[in-house]
Design a protein around this ligand. Structure first.
Ligand SMILES: Cc1ncc(COP(=O)(O)O)c(C=O)c1O
Length: 386
């Protein structure tokens, strides 16, 4: 199989697998007071310290979660509610239009139930937040600003430093979803200036179902899950020692390889894009041209007339795993909210293709896609005109 969907999930790293198995062999609840419990607790706390070190945070700032979705929800709802509890006048939540649904949907949910007024920041045609609107959008009535580090559909790197500058001038906390950034960019909580940051293990070669919210001390975080009071009552629930150990191992390897891997993927991406332009001239490669403004592993295409679900089905039949990048329910791809925010029509935004490269990608993967895509496009277009 040719796997070109690393942004959806990527291969488990051997070190993560070993760390998971070693911890899973032991029985013990990390909250239990006996020796077995203390051993499990030591595994979790060691992992917490290593995750913190890899991401420029302090160990107490790492709140382990069940993944990126939970961490995003905790940041958006927990921080918004916490800020409103401190000062009821601060009810305005600011997010970008191109956030992952794990940020966008809780933000809209808060607005729908009357807990927040919501401002969604527009983006330019390359998917970058328009920094000229920041000064007007962020005010002293803002509870929280959430702008992702790297967009998961297009790979656009957002102007986080400008967002942080505009928000911190007014004492407004900034959250960033760094799920797609960690494998490729220098993600460092303290240096970035953000107050809270979401990460997920399975995007860096760890297991699915593990993640973290890194939150600076003193942030008013209202818990979403109540129960045993673990993790200073911000996130109750039995701690997942094997998951935490595997996450730490994957993260350390990903960070150690990051610079070399970025250069390798950038070269692979250039080769892929060059060939795609030759075999599929009707496809537009979207996103920033400047490599500094995009993740190296993502190629996002709009192929007018070739609906995503048809192209994906035909590629799958040819042994190629790719994605449209946008949500898919019952086999029908919805128009991508990201592509629409970048100015594409709803029709074109249903004709997207995301190819994402990762640790196990090779030139042969790119070549297999290039060989199969023209036929898939032709057949998808024929199906659409029937
Ligand atoms: C940008 C972004 N945020 C959040 C998530 C959700 O993470 P998880 O799958 O760990 O819940 C994803 C996964 O697709 C993502 O790409």
């Amino acid at each position: 199989m040719t796997y070109l969907d690393h942004a959806a999930t990527t291969a488990l790293r051997p070190a993560a697998r070993e760390a998971w198995l070693a911890a899973a062999e032991e029985t013990g609840n990390p909250s239990s007071l006996h020796a077995a419990g203390r051993r499990a607790r030591a595994v979790v706390e060691d992992a917490r310290e290593r995750i913190a070190a890899a991401l420029g945070a302090d160990a107490p700032e790492v709140i382990l979660t069940s993944g990126g979705t939970e961490a995003d929800n905790l940041a958006i709802k927990g921080l918004h509610w916490g800020r409103v509890a401190e000062d009821g006048a601060r009810r305005r939540l600011v997010v970008s239009e191109v956030e992952h649904h794990a940020v966008l949907d809780p933000a809209r949910w808060l607005a729908d139930r009357g807990d927040a007024s919501l401002a969604e920041l527009p983006v330019d045609p390359a998917g970058r937040v328009d920094t000229t609107v920041l000064a007007d959008a962020i005010t002293s009535e803002t509870s929280l600003v959430s702008v992702m580090w790297v967009n998961n559909e297009v790979g656009t790197v957002q102007p986080l430093a400008e967002v942080v500058a505009a928000a911190s001038a007014l004492g407004v906390p900034v959250h960033t979803d760094a799920v797609q950034a960690v494998a490729h960019l220098d993600v460092h909580l303290h240096r970035s200036g953000v107050d809270a940051l979401t990460v997920s293990a399975h995007k860096v070669g760890g297991p699915v179902g593990v993640g973290a919210l890194l939150a600076r001390r003193g942030l008013p975080l209202v818990p979403l899950a109540h129960g045993g009071g673990q993790q200073r009552s911000v996130r109750s629930g039995t701690l997942d020692a094997p998951g935490a150990a595997a996450f730490a191992a994957a993260l350390e390897d990903a960070v150690a390889e990051r610079v070399a891997e970025r250069a390798r993927l950038e070269a692979l991406r250039s080769r892929l894009v060059e060939r795609l332009r030759a075999v599929a001239p009707e496809a537009t490669v979207t996103g920033p041209r400047d490599p500094a403004h995009r993740a190296p592993g993502i190629v996002h295409l709009v192929i007018p007339g070739a609906r995503a679900e048809s192209v994906l089905f035909l590629l799958d039949a040819a042994g190629i795993a790719a994605s449209s990048g946008s949500a898919c329910t019952a086999g029908v791809v919805q128009s991508s909210h990201v592509a629409m925010a970048m100015g594409w029509s709803a029709d074109d935004a249903a004709c997207t293709l995301r190819l994402s490269l990762g640790r196990t990608s090779t030139a042969a993967d790119a070549d297999a896609l290039v060989a199969a895509l023209p036929d898939a496009i032709a057949r998808a277009k024929a199906a659409a005109s029937r």
